[in-house]
Design a protein around this ligand. Structure first.
Ligand code: GLN
Length: 471
């Protein structure tokens, strides 16, 4: 696999041409994309143009950015000016955003080349990409299995070698879960570290953009580029991006690693075995393992499936056939709204809108939404207590390795359980990342999740780097 940092180094010193790099990537996409379906669209012409511009800058002796000439794939829920942004939904058919998301502007400013938009579960609701209106993405390790979701296209694109870096969004696990199932690194930063301006909203208090890469250093490099304060996002943290690459070689000697003693049941033994191996590796590298308790963790899934749909029901009200994409003409306005939504939204999106509307309705608001917010507070309190005793926490990323297509589509609850271990950090707003750590059943990749407190990315990346060295 080509490292993102090596491409950027080569392009900026003139030993690699950005145009050649783009052609190589397009050729790789050409070989296997019909089988994998990682992309909703490949922006080859624009990528070639951007590469030519970078090469010209290098020739002219101009200073180029840290991602000079690096092809990057974007989850198709991030706005790209003049390029279709579909959220893998029929309701956005034909819509082209008039502006770039902040992450896109930042990538471009750093010299990265956007090579395409990747497939996802419709509006990022799902764990397998089976909810995409355009058909699922396949797991490059075994095409009879899901890549995870909702950012399955981005994870698969990196895993298949189509790109060495990609962006995804994570509301309940949508970066970390597909990263684990596809055997790549995936990071959900602290809420507010990366601007959400231009990210199509699912559940605004949980959504966060983050990187996918083949290794921890590449992920850190990408995150450094996209992080930082943005006045266009009122929830953006007003401080500069953290330095991450600089800490990767610091080791874990003296660090405290939390082991959750009351982890919810439901994790497969092959995955738990890898988690134990990860604890052993960190202990061998000089860290201390400490037991911690997160008593409210068992309520997180339920709370999430009230809070996220509640916010979604409000956010998705804007798709009314008037302002965006699809419109089904009807005799009157209300009939047009109904016909457009009926035709434009898939089943899972409709389910979430109904669940959320119900949870927010008069008479049920306190019992459901209000209760869920209390659980959100409890899990934050649990984490606050735990982080007095430990620097980071280690859990599985997902309960199992990649599963077969169709095996969970008839049972929404089984699908929701994929997020058992990833949701708590979204509720708390904390950072967490998945690092590949060997294989489990069917020789498929297993991810270990490193969790840290708010703005604890440096500790998180140090531990992730150590796990990578050990594996
Ligand atoms: N799988 C979860 C859901 O369907 C998480 C999705 C996400 O993080 N975007 O809500």
């Amino acid at each position: 696999m080509q490292k993102l940092v090596d491409i950027a180094f080569g392009v900026s010193n003139g030993s690699l041409s950005a145009s050649d790099v783009v052609e190589q990537h397009l050729a790789r996409i050409e070989t296997r994309e019909s089988e994998i379906h990682a992309f909703n669209c490949v922006t080859a012409d624009q990528a070639r143009q951007d590469a030519a511009n970078i090469d010209a800058d290098v020739k002219a002796g101009k200073k180029v950015g840290v991602l000079a000439g690096v092809p990057i794939a974007l989850k198709d829920n991030m706005c790209t000016r003049g390029v279709a942004t579909t959220c893998s939904s029929k309701i956005l058919e034909g819509w082209k955003p008039p502006y770039d998301a902040t992450v896109v502007s930042k990538l471009r400013a750093a010299g990265a080349i956007i090579i395409g938009k990747t497939n996802l579960d419709e509006f990022a609701m799902g764990s397998s990409t089976e909810n995409s209106a355009f058909g699922p993405t396949k797991n490059p390790h075994d095409i009879s299995r899901v890549p995870g979701g909702s950012s399955g296209g981005s994870a698969a694109a990196v895993s298949a070698g189509f790109v060495s870096g990609a962006l995804g969004s994570d509301t309940g696990g949508s970066i970390r879960q597909p990263a684990a199932l596809c055997g790549v690194v995936g990071v959900k930063p602290t809420y507010g570290m990366v601007s959400r301006y231009g990210l199509v909203a699912f559940a605004s208090s949980l959504d966060q953009i983050g990187p996918f890469a083949n290794d921890v250093r590449d992920a850190a490099t990408l995150l450094e580029v996209i992080a930082g304060h943005d006045p266009m996002d009122s929830t953006s943290i007003p401080q500069p991006a953290p330095s991450l690459v600089s800490v990767l070689d610091h080791g874990v000697s003296g660090m405290r690693i939390g082991k959750v003693t009351d982890l919810p049941e439901g994790c497969e033994p092959d995955v738990l075995a890898r988690l134990e191996a990860a604890f052993d590796a960190l202990r061998a590298a000089g860290a201390t393992i400490v037991d911690i308790e997160l008593p409210s963790i068992t309520y997180c899934l339920t709370a999430y499936y009230l809070i996220a749909p509640a916010e979604a029901s409000s956010n998705l009200a804007r798709y009314d056939g008037v302002r965006y994409g699809l419109r089904i003409d009807s005799p009157d306005l209300n009939a047009m709204y109904a016909a457009t939504r009926e035709a434009g939204f898939g089943d899972e999106v409709k389910r979430r809108i109904m669940l959320g509307t119900y949870a927010l309705s008069a008479g049920y608001y306190d019992a459901y939404y209000g209760k869920a917010l209390k659980v959100r507070r409890l899990i934050s309190d649990d984490f606050a207590r735990a982080y007095k005793k430990t620097d980071v926490v280690l859990t599985p990323t997902t309960p199992s390795v990649a599963f077969k297509f169709g095996s969970k589509t008839d049972d929404p609850l089984a699908m929701y359980l994929c997020d058992l271990f990833t949701i708590p950090t979204n509720l708390a707003g904390h950072p967490a990342m998945s690092v590949p750590f060997g294989t489990g059943a069917h020789s498929l990749p297993v991810g270990v999740q490193v969790l840290a407190p708010t703005l604890g990315e440096q500790a998180m990346f140090r531990v992730a780097a150590e796990l990578e060295r050990a594996s």
